[in-house]
Design a protein around this ligand. Structure first.
Ligand code: SAM
Length: 221
């Protein structure tokens, strides 16, 4: 029995090392209508609330990492945003967003990159992440994410991150996630950032499932 357990762990390790995030997410957005994915929301209510809590003005430079085909960009453009950047590992997600935005797509900087290896060449007033960070189950991935975050922000800059809560789903899009309560999520960033607001929110998926999220707004020291 022990032998079997060891073998199956080794097999799981091999599967994890074989995992290709670019292929996985590319396929997700190629094969699933964007309003059917479990994280779909017609209006990015909680993100807009987070921006309001931090008092972020419409003209702020904002990067949305793991943006997927989220509607946050058009909501921000509608509010007068002029400096928006979106980052995602899946180019297919951006094809959907660009088609939706039409000519307004030229007002957004579209970056196809793995955020854990991304080396931004500029800084932003706001770093926003709804539901990417919880996929980073390997500590080295989280270190890479923080390295990008550090390069992309300066003292006074804002960090808005939302992950599945500690009692949220254990998997998303077929992948395991790391779940966080408020103090746990704050601790991931408190070397450089101070907590401003921490709260729970519930997302209702298109199939009607309620998914508890932890949201944090933090400010760089
Ligand atoms: C659950 S979806 C959330 C999408 C979007 N933030 C929203 O709220 O609708 C997670 C997104 O993170 C992207 N993603 C996953 N791992 C990534 C990585 N290492 N670098 C960049 N994007 C990644 C996926 O392609 C996907 O679009």
């Amino acid at each position: 029995m022990r032998r079997l357990a060891t073998d199956s762990k080794a097999a799981a390790d091999i599967r994890a090392s074989d995992f290709d995030a670019t292929k996985h997410w590319g396929r997700v957005y190629r094969t699933t209508p964007d309003d059917s994915v479990s994280w779909y929301e017609p209006e990015p209510r909680a993100s807009l609330e987070a921006l309001a809590l931090a008092g972020i003005p419409p003209g702020a430079a904002l990067v949305d990492v793991g943006a997927g085909s989220s509607r946050l960009v058009e909501h921000l453009l509608d509010r007068g945003a002029t400096d928006l950047c979106v980052v995602d590992i899946a180019a297919t997600a951006f094809e959907t967003s660009r088609a939706r935005l039409g000519p307004r797509a030229t007002q957004v900087d579209w970056v196809v990159a793995d955020v854990t290896a991304w080396r931004p060449e500029r800084s932003f007033d706001v770093w926003h992440d709804r539901a990417l960070f919880h996929f980073l189950t390997d500590p080295a991935q989280r270190d890479g994410y923080r390295a990008a975050l550090r390069r992309a922000t300066v003292p006074g800059g804002w960090l808005i991150v939302a992950t599945f809560a500690a009692d949220g789903p254990e998997r998303c899009s077929g992948l395991p996630v790391r779940r966080y309560d408020g103090p746990g999520l704050v601790a991931e960033f408190d070397e450089d950032f101070t907590a401003h607001d921490v709260w729970r929110d519930a997302h209702r998926s298109p199939s009607g499932t309620i998914q508890p999220f932890t949201w944090v707004v933090m400010r760089r020291r």
